[in-house]
Write a new protein. Structure first.
Lengths: 254, 441
């Protein structure tokens, strides 16, 4: 699904990723962990196509196609979704209107008919229940005046609606209380399975109690320094990141 | 100085041709206003109120006074907003009965020619006309007061509730040859407990580099509710200078929404005096400019009495090398305790060469008041664009959505549905053209 080879990225003349190799197969859940500044959010944002980064080397293939050659909106319509660490507030744009525009952009791209208002409302009500999104949140401007938890729920709600092939969750757990965390994790878990691949970027092991990964990778100084199964997350929880940064040699991840 | 006087000469000559034949008090007012204009001359950029707007292009043009010109109903049907059930039409400064729609007006409403009102309701009109607006120290108001021979008059009697909007339509019909100047003048009196919706439109049927100098006096009596819209759609090479002067009495509620879409050099003054306890005023505005056009909005809200809320949202969208000025003055007099004044001013710059000078100006002499103001100038929010693109919208779709949302905050408040639709269509047609130029560049 996703093949990253020797990816090197810089932002504002600062090298952030120094050769990332990562391979995510259909149906897998990967967790990317690492201390602050290790480059884990950068990795998610580069895959989504954020314009502030410059790829200086390597490649990213999505279903065998060159992802880096696509505009961010084309990536989205092809099935790449990133839940933002800091969802953007968009004044004056009604949340339901925005969701419909996003959904129809994707449907159009895939040659499907656009949903009419009735069909859309049916779909939205079904998905809204899962993430405890109320009517008021749908009628407000996108993310405007939303609490931190509401913003993150709104992200996963969008994911549920857009049904991506590859979902990247960029620190979706940060700032969430345990109840919000459970709702968000429940939403993600409901989307698990089939061919959908999920990459969870997080600083803390806590989220991984609820979204249990198949693979865990540890990022440090722009490289994956350790990869393992879900037990690696627990090890990190106990020992912190210090031992990784101090000792490990970079290894390729599979 | 000699140079200045010389430049003023054609204007003084025009003032000599000021209209005659009105009641004595009107004539006296015109004479005094003419003297004031002669003494004041045109403002320069050394005047604080005109720092960023140089009116030399107007002052140095020899305009001839607009004459009656043929305009047909079909000409007016081509204007964007045609749905007003009632309409007072003024062509080149003169009321036109045949182009107006004044049948079936509710009982007691007087709508029509200002010149006729001077003679037919002289005493009543004399209580308001030239008394709300400051012609003593404002050059363009003095010029208008001296030269306006006619215009629009609207009187709403006590307790009348007029459901349907009444349009004051000012049409410039320029003839070939020297550019013309027309004075657009209106007096609107909404009596106690009355309720009315007014659309004031400025448009042209034949383009041409003309000059509209407009003054509207709007008096809202106790408990009156007035919903006012000014739609400025002059030709793109026209000059437009206008003053709206609102006086709101006790518990009156006046909202005025200004849409400035046309004109090459535009100056709008919107002034409101909260002249009775509990009066409420809203001044909103949306302006659009591109090319090398200039739009200057000056607003002044004068809290003269206690317990008055005022609200203000001004938004601009600028492309090309357009320039804009926003100056929002709020005065809170010593008596005006419990004032609650809010002002927001935002501008969206679509190009690097567009610019705006903006200034809130608060003069507060009372101590128990709440005044908030905020200004934000900038390009489209890159984070918002990326967010929308990350959800599958193209760059162009994302940009259009954000621009529409920006303008929507003002346009969505228009309560007259056909007008809202006309404004939207007009605004987005202009924007589409501007954006196509940017994309082509």
């Amino acid at each position: 699904m996703l093949d990253i080879k020797n990816l090197q990225v810089k932002a504002e003349d600062k090298q952030i990723l120094n050769g990332i190799d990562l391979h995510v197969k259909a149906g897998e859940v990967h967790a990317i962990m690492g201390p602050n500044g290790s480059g884990k959010s950068t990795l998610a944002r580069v895959i989504a196509g954020h314009p502030e980064y410059e790829v200086t080397g390597g490649e990213v293939l999505f279903e065998g196609r060159d992802l880096l050659a696509m505009d961010p909106d084309e990536r989205a319509r092809e099935g790449v979704f990133m839940a933002f660490q800091y969802p953007v507030e968009i004044a004056g744009v009604n949340n339901a209107y925005f969701l419909k525009a996003a959904l129809n952009a994707k449907r159009k791209h895939h040659g499907q008919p656009e949903l009419d208002a009735m069909e859309f409302m049916q779909l939205i009500n079904e998905k809204a229940k899962l993430l405890e999104i109320n009517q008021q949140m749908l009628q407000r401007a996108v993310n405007e005046g939303f609490s931190g938890g509401e913003k993150k729920r709104n992200e996963i709600f969008q994911m549920a609606l857009l049904e991506p092939k590859l979902a990247l969750l960029d620190e979706t757990d940060s700032g969430l209380d345990i109840d919000a965390l459970k709702i968000v994790a429940g939403g993600v878990n409901a989307m698990r399975g089939g061919d959908r691949a999920i990459v969870v970027v997080t600083h803390y092991q806590r989220l991984l109690d609820y979204i249990v990964p198949d693979h865990v990778h540890v990022l440090s100084a722009g490289r994956i320094v350790k990869s393992g199964g879900k037990e690696l997350a627990l090890e990190l929880e106990q020992k912190g990141y210090g031992w990784i940064e101090a000792g490990s040699q970079p290894v390729g991840a599979s | 100085m000699a140079q200045v006087v010389e430049r003023l000469q054609p204007w003084l000559a025009a003032l000599e041709q000021r209209p005659q034949g009105a009641p004595r008090w009107v004539q006296d007012l015109r004479d005094q206003a003419a003297s004031r204009f002669a003494a004041l001359g045109f403002p320069t950029v050394r005047d604080e109120e005109w720092r960023f707007t140089n009116v030399a292009p107007i002052a140095s043009t020899e305009f001839r006074l607009a004459q009656p010109a043929p305009v047909t109903a079909a000409d007016l049907d081509a204007l964007p907003y045609t749905a007003a059930p009632f309409r007072i039409t003024v062509v080149n400064g003169r009321f036109s009965a045949e182009l107006s729609r004044l049948h079936n007006l509710p009982r007691g409403v007087r709508a029509g020619s200002l010149a006729a009102a001077f003679s037919e309701h002289s005493d009543f009109v004399g209580r308001y006309y030239g008394r709300l607006v400051d012609w003593q120290s404002r050059s363009f108001v003095a010029l208008n007061t001296a030269l306006a021979g006619d215009g629009a008059y609207l009187y709403i009697p006590e307790g009348a509730v007029i459901e349907q909007p009444i349009e004051l339509l000012y049409v410039s019909a320029a003839e070939a040859g020297a550019p013309q100047m027309a004075q657009a003048r209106a007096l609107i009196v909404a009596s106690e407990r009355s309720q009315v919706r007014i659309v004031e439109t400025y448009a042209s049927v034949r383009g041409g580099g003309y000059f509209t100098n407009a003054v509207t006096e709007l008096f809202a009596g106790e408990n009156a509710v007035v919903d006012h819209y000014k739609v400025q759609q002059e030709a793109f090479d026209a000059y437009h200078v206008a003053t709206l002067q609102v006086n709101a009495q006790r518990s009156a509620n006046v909202s005025s929404h200004s849409f400035s879409l046309g004109g090459k050099l535009v100056r709008n003054d919107a002034n409101a005096v909260l002249d009775g306890e509990g009066a409420e005023v809203t001044l909103n505005g949306l302006y659009l400019a591109d090319g090398d056009r200039l739009v200057d909005n000056h607003t002044a809200i004068d809290h003269a009495k206690p317990h008055c809320p005022s609200h203000e949202i001004y938004k601009g969208i600028l492309g090309g090398k357009a320039r804009a000025v926003f100056n929002g003055k709020i005065i809170v007099r010593q008596d005006a305790q419990k004032t609650d004044a809010k002002q927001t001013n935002r501008a969206l710059l679509l190009s690097d060469e567009a610019s705006i000078n903006t200034k809130p100006q608060l003069e507060i002499f009372a101590d128990d008041v709440k005044c908030t103001h905020g200004a934000a100038i900038g390009q489209l929010d890159e984070d918002a664009i990326f967010y929308l693109r990350a959800r599958g919208l193209t760059y162009f779709e994302a940009r259009d959505l954000l621009i529409h949302a920006f303008a929507g905050e003002v346009i969505d408040r228009v309560q007259v549905e056909p007008l809202r639709q006309a404004l939207e269509a007009e605004l987005y047609a202009q924007l589409a053209k501007d954006l196509a130029e940017i994309d082509g560049a």
